[in-house]
Design a protein around this ligand. Structure first.
Ligand code: GRG
Length: 300
C-alpha cells in the first residue's frame, strides 16, 4: 500500500463515515424499537462502506471538499443497505447470512425487514436532499426501475437462462443492478464536493469499476472462503444464477475484471482534470488507479 493509495484514504475516512451513519439512524430505544433495531442490525457492523468512500473520493479528486460529501455519502450507504435487506428476503435471494451474521429478516421477521429497508431508503433521500436537486435526481434515477431495481428484476427473471444468455445481456443487468449505484456514488460525491467536474469522464470511470466490482463479486462466490464473503461460497451455482464465471469461465471473468480496471485507470486523468483543492493532480490520478485495481482483484 502506498501512502497516497486508496487503503490510506479509506483508513482516514471510514471512522468519519461510521460516525455519520451512527448519527443519522434513530437510536435503538426509540419507538418503534423493532424497526429501529432492525435498521441498525442491517447497518452495523457494516461492510466495506465502498459507496460513501467513493463519494468522498470523487469529491476529493475533482478538487471539491470531501467534508461536504460525508452525509450524502452516508445516504448512499443507507440506500445500499436497504437493497441488501430486501435482496436477502425469502421472496428474493432467500439468504440466512450477510457479513457472517443472520440476515435482517431472520432476526426481526419478514415484515419488519421490509419496513426497515423502506425506512433506510426513505432516510437516504432525506439526507441526500441536503446536496441539492441534482444529487436527488441522480440517486433516484440510479436506484429506480431503470437502475438498481430494474436490474434486480431482470436478474431474477434471468435465473435458469444460462443456455440462452449473452455477455451483453449479463452486462446490462449488472450495469443496472450494481453499477448504477456505484456511478451515482461518484456523481453525488462530486456534486456535493462543490467543484466543477467532467461528468461523462466520471461516469465512464464509474461504469468500468462497477462492472469490475460485480465480476469480482461473481468470482468470489466461486473462489472465496465463507470468512471472506460472509456467507457460504457457491450459492450462485447452487441457484443456477447467471454470472460471469458461469457464462465465460472463471479465468476469462478475472481477466475481464482486470481489463475493465485498466480502462478505468486510463480515464483517471480526465476525471481529475485540472482540479485544485487539497489533492495534487498526481495524487488524484493515483487514488483512482489504485481503487480501480483493488476493485478488480478484491478478496472481500
Ligand atoms: C432488492 C431493490 C433490490 C435490489 C437488490 C444490490 C442488490 C440489488 C443486490 C445485492 C446482491 C448482490 C450480492 C449484488 C452483487 C454486488 C453487490 C451489490 C454486493 C454487495 O455489495 P458490497 O460488496 O457489500 O459493497 P458490503 O457488505 O461491503 O456493504
Amino acid at each position: 500500500m502506498t501512502a497516497d493509495g486508496f487503503a490510506a484514504f479509506a483508513a482516514e475516512w471510514t471512522p468519519r463515515v461510521e460516525a455519520t451513519l451512527e448519527s443519522l439512524v434513530p437510536p435503538a430505544g426509540e419507538s418503534p424499537t423493532d424497526l429501529h433495531r432492525a435498521m441498525r442490525h442491517a447497518l452495523f457492523p457494516g461492510g466495506k462502506r465502498l459507496r460513501p468512500l467513493l463519494a468522498l473520493l470523487a469529491a476529493r479528486v475533482t478538487g471539491g471538499d470531501p467534508e461536504r460529501a460525508l452525509r450524502p455519502g452516508a445516504a448512499l450507504e443507507l440506500l445500499h443497505t436497504y437493497s441488501l435487506v430486501h435482496d436477502d428476503l425469502p421472496c428474493m435471494d432467500d439468504d440466512d447470512l450477510r457479513r457472517g451474521r443472520p440476515t435482517c429478516h431472520k432476526v426481526f421477521g419478514d415484515a419488519v425487514a421490509v419496513l426497515a429497508g423502506d425506512a433506510l431508503l426513505t432516510l437516504a433521500f432525506e439526507i441526500v436532499a441536503e446536496a441539492g436537486a441534482e444529487a436527488v435526481r441522480c440517486l433516484a434515477a440510479a436506484a429506480g426501475s431503470r437502475g438498481m431495481v430494474g436490474g434486480q428484476a431482470a436478474d431474477l427473471a434471468a435465473e435458469g437462462s444460462l443456455a440462452t444468455a449473452t455477455l451483453d445481456g449479463l452486462q446490462s443487468i449488472h450495469d443496472r443492478k450494481t453499477g448504477a449505484l456505484i456511478v451515482a456514488s461518484l456523481e453525488v460525491g462530486a456534486i456535493a464536493g462543490g467543484a466543477t467536474f467532467d461528468r461523462e469522464g466520471l461516469r465512464g470511470y464509474g461504469e468500468r469499476i462497477g462492472r469490475a466490482f460485480q465480476i469480482a463479486d461473481d468470482c468470489l462466490d466461486v473462489t472465496g472462503t465463507a470468512e471472506e464473503i460472509g456467507k457460504p461460497p457457491g450459492s450462485d451455482v447452487g441457484r443456477d444464477k447467471l454470472t460471469y464465471p458461469a457464462l465465460i469461465g472463471l479465468e476469462a471473468a478475472q481477466q475481464l475484471a482486470r481489463d475493465l480496471a485498466n480502462e478505468a485507470a486510463e480515464l483517471a486523468p480526465r476525471v481529475v482534470g485540472t482540479a485544485g483543492g487539497a489533492v495534487t493532480l498526481d495524487a488524484g490520478r493515483k487514488l483512482l488507479q489504485d481503487l480501480a485495481s483493488r476493485v478488480a482483484t478484491r478478496s472481500s
